[in-house]
Design a binder for this molecule. Sequence first.
Ligand SMILES: Nc1ncnc2c1ncn2[C@@H]1O[C@H](COP(=O)(O)OP(=O)(O)O)[C@@H](O)[C@H]1O
Ligand SMILES: [Mg+2]
Length: 350
Amino acid sequence: MARQRVAVLLGGRSGEHEVSVVSARSVMAALDPERWEVVPIGIAKSGAWLSPGETRAELEAGARAFEGSGTPVLRANEALEALDSCAVAFPLIHGTNGEDGTLQGFLEIAGKPYAGAGVAASAIGMDKALMKALFREAGIPVARYSVIRSWEYTLAQNDSMGLIDTAIGYPCFVKPANGGSSVGITKARSREDLPGAFAAAFAYDDKAVVEQAVIGREVECSVLGNEHPEASVAGEIVPDREFYDYDSKYASGSATELRIPAPITESAAKDIRDLALRMYRVMGCEGYARVDFFLTSGDRVVANEVNTIPGFTSISMYPKLWEASGLSYTPLLTRILELAFERHERRARR
Ligand SMILES: Nc1ncnc2c1ncn2[C@@H]1O[C@H](COP(=O)(O)OP(=O)(O)O)[C@@H](O)[C@H]1O
Ligand SMILES: [Mg+2]
């Protein structure tokens, strides 16, 4: 098969910029060189786009982030022409303007095939309030939760806290609706913790989701496919602290463990795979996504969230679960890009 150009989009405006750069470095190193020619396009923290030359220079200099460089996108001719010259795009940007449907919308407008979830599934996956509402509507078990806006909280703090006292209880998790990598998330043990927890969440979004704490293990499953998605074996995360916060995810000293496959019963593993596929379909995901759960001591499975652009280094959960299911990193990347073409062609036939 002829070699095709793939635009790897990396960096971006969110707090997960550095995580994206780490994932993209691994992906670029692992993409099959016989099949793909990599064209890296960095997006700075400001949102400005770097040309492939500038991106490569920064990466070769060991940059962990694209700081001040780049050109505002509508004037970033070199980057846009490079994107135009590619057969397919691989967005590896987490959070704002990368994972939330906006970049996907831009690629739709450009008519460019791209890896992963489309506009609506991406937008839903980035909004924990919308995602939970959709799951609840579909009869998928989720933790008890409420949604509180920053202005409601400012106007009536006591009402907001009273709602949590009665409808949710403690401990609870207070999260920005649009977030990732546990940024802005606090475990509140009592009413006294709420003001600090809301301040932390509202620093990232005007909308907070407050959730009853589920007592259980954290289990994840990788899903791959368009119309006929498949689920991988399940894996367990064992955080080295109170919960799976930013440092336990990324700090170099973190002792968080990934257990693959998860040491759970065959029937719990089957429930997880079945529910992962249901959640993927309900959201309308395509391409790939990682689906996260809690598993209680009674083997009850509770949905946590779907990540449409999960961490993607060679030691990240998403590719590791496929490797344990018989699909290694390099062919997995090729499959994800083939799925991008398949969706594009299917839709072009309409
Ligand atoms: N309802 C909950 N019960 C127990 N732990 C939770 C709950 N919600 C979040 N957590 C903990 O916080 C972490 C991050 O929350 P999550 O909703 O997955 O946000 P993110 O999108 O930032 O990963 C989870 O992996 C888990 O450790
Ligand atoms: Mg999570």
